[in-house]
Design a protein around this ligand. Structure first.
Ligand SMILES: Nc1ncnc2c1ncn2[C@@H]1O[C@H](COP(=O)(O)OP(=O)(O)O)[C@@H](O)[C@H]1O
Ligand SMILES: [Mg+2]
Length: 271
C-alpha cells in the first residue's frame, strides 16, 4: 500500500508540476516495478511528443515571421503618400503572391499533421503506379524544358501498390520537383520504377549537387533547407510531407548519393 501511495503521489506531482519526474522502480522487480516501468516509458514518449510540439510551434512562428514581415514592409511602403495606382496595383499583386505562399505553408503543415494523426488504410485501393509515374513525368516535362533540364522516365509496366492515389501523386511530385528545383540548368532527372524480390522501388535520380551525408536525416524535418537552397523557391516542407506519405503507406524513403546527385527512393513491400 505504501508503494502504491508513492506512485499516486508522484503521479500527482507529474500532473501538477514536472513532466520530467518518473515513478520509482525498486530492486524487487515485481509487478509494481513492471507497471512503473511501463508508465515511465509512456511518460518518456509523452515528453518526446511535447518536445516535438514545442519545436514545431517555434519553427512555425519563426518561418512565418519572415514572409509576414516582408508583406508588412511592402504594404507600409505602398501606403505612403505619392504612390501611384500602378505601383499600388503591383504591391497588391505581390502581396497576394506572398499570402498564397503563407497559405500553402499552412496547408502543408495541416496535411502532415493529418497524416501523422492515425491510420487511413480504409481509403486504400490498388493504384496503378506505372500510369501515375507517367502522369508525373508528363506534368513536369514543361518545367524541365523551361529549366533546360532533361526528364527521363524508365518505368516498368503493370506496377501497382495499395495506397491513396492523391497522396502518391503528391509524394512523387514533391521528389521530382526537388530534383528539378535543386539542380542547375542542363541537369538530368530520371524516374525509375521496377519490382524485384517482393519489393517495388521508385527512384528519382538527379545529377545535381546532392545532399551531404550528415544532412540526409535533417532535410526530412519540417522547414529544414540546406544553406545553398535559401534562395530557391520552397518552404522546406516538401520532404516532411513526402516522408509522412511514405510512412502512411508502410513504405521506406531512402536518400542516397547518386555520385553526383541525389537518389531518392521509395520502397514498397508488396509481399
Ligand atoms: N534533389 C535534391 N538535390 C539537392 N538538394 C535537395 C534535393 N532535394 C531536396 N534537397 C534539399 O533538401 C531541402 C528540403 O527539401 P524540401 O523539404 O522539399 O524543401 P524545399 O524544396 O521547399 O526547399 C531543400 O531545401 C534542399 O536543400
Ligand atoms: Mg521541395
Amino acid at each position: 500500500m505504501r508503494r502504491i501511495e508513492t506512485v499516486s503521489n508522484t503521479s500527482r506531482n507529474i500532473i501538477s508540476e514536472d513532466l520530467r519526474q518518473r515513478l520509482p522502480v525498486t530492486q524487487a522487480g515485481d509487478e509494481l516495478d513492471h507497471l512503473a516501468g511501463s508508465i515511465n516509458a509512456m511518460l518518456d514518449r509523452i515528453e518526446t511528443l511535447m518536445e516535438d510540439l514545442r519545436q514545431v510551434t517555434t519553427d512555425i512562428a519563426h518561418d512565418l515571421r519572415t514572409p509576414l514581415s516582408r508583406l508588412r514592409q511592402r504594404m507600409e511602403l505602398a501606403s505612403r503618400p505619392g504612390t501611384d495606382v500602378e505601383a499600388l496595383r503591383n504591391t497588391l499583386a505581390a502581396s497576394v503572391t506572398e499570402i498564397d505562399s503563407i497559405l500553402s505553408i499552412f496547408a502543408a503543415l495541416l496535411h502532415i499533421a493529418q497524416l501523422q494523426s492515425g491510420p487511413r488504410r480504409a481509403a486504400f485501393k490498388e493504384v496503378d503506379l506505372s500510369a501515375l509515374l507517367g502522369t508525373i513525368a508528363e506534368l513536369y516535362k514543361p518545367m524541365a524544358e523551361e529549366n533546360g533540364q532533361h526528364l527521363l522516365e524508365k518505368v516498368d509496366g503493370s506496377l501497382s501498390v495499395r495506397g491513396e492515389r492523391e497522396l502518391l501523386m503528391q509524394l512523387f511530385a514533391n521528389l521530382t520537383e526537388n530534383a528539378l528545383r535543386h539542380t542547375p540548368r542542363g541537369s538530368a532527372v530520371s524516374i525509375f520504377a521496377s519490382r524485384s524480390n517482393g519489393k517495388l522501388t521508385v527512384s528519382i535520380v538527379d545529377n545535381g549537387p546532392g545532399i551531404p551525408d550528415n544532412m540526409r536525416e535533417k532535410v526530412l524535418q519540417r522547414f529544414f533547407r540546406l544553406e545553398v537552397s535559401r534562395t530557391t523557391v520552397g518552404n522546406g516542407l516538401g520532404l516532411s510531407l513526402a516522408n509522412a506519405i511514405v510512412n502512411v503507406h508502410d513504405a521506406g524513403l531512402e536518400l542516397a548519393d547518386a555520385a553526383p546527385g541525389l537518389r531518392a527512393s521509395v520502397i514498397f513491400h508488396t509481399g
